[in-house]
Design a protein around this ligand. Sequence first.
Ligand SMILES: [Ca+2]
Length: 244
Amino acid sequence: HKLQTFELLLEKLIQPEKGAIHHVLNCSEIMASGASVDGVYSVFPIHDPNGFMVYCDMNTDGGGWTVIQRREDGSVNFFRGWEAYRDGFGTTTGEHWLGLQRIYSLTRSGGFEMRIDMADFDNATAFASYSDFSVGRDSVNPEEDGYPLTVDGYSGTAGDSLLKHSGMRFTTKDRDQDQSENNCAAYYQGAWWYRNCHTSNLNGQYLGGGHASYADGVEWSSWTGWQYSLRFTEMKIRPRKPES
Ligand SMILES: [Ca+2]
């Protein structure tokens, strides 16, 4: 009898009734299905059907955000190489990088906006929003293409420190794809879509506020310059709402 019950259960899992299991693509869909609590959820992007865990911000500016990066206490080492940035690292509830391949799976077809929330060590906050964000858009082999950034349409309070990076490939300390004769990631102790080299460095060293060294901290230059390492950053994406 128990075996029969188990087989029935298994059958249901493998062949769910039509509509019984909805494979949610991102946090926006999870919110649309009724969830309103910030936290860790599973998502199943079309191009990564096995799915993965993400942190969903269900409150900021209407919620439904899938978090792709967070710095908050310096507990996780962000000075890592290509494979780590490709695959992701850290703790979903704490400091982490979701991973370029996953960000690509979520955004490759376009139609996403991105928001970055930031805080300094005096409890001031600011944000930067971009109406268009994707990584490796339309790439057949995004890793070979270097997971290039597409970003456009700034609004916010922190100023724009990302548009100059649009079109750039991702550079890590062990894979130089920037336009500098140096490796910007090695030079500025981070990993980013560097040009020659940066106006922002959110994966830089967690230096905890003002620092004497130049541009190697968690920097967002249009808000706090190149010698102030932010206390908190959170990058998050969601499908753009249809124009109203
Ligand atoms: Ca270079």
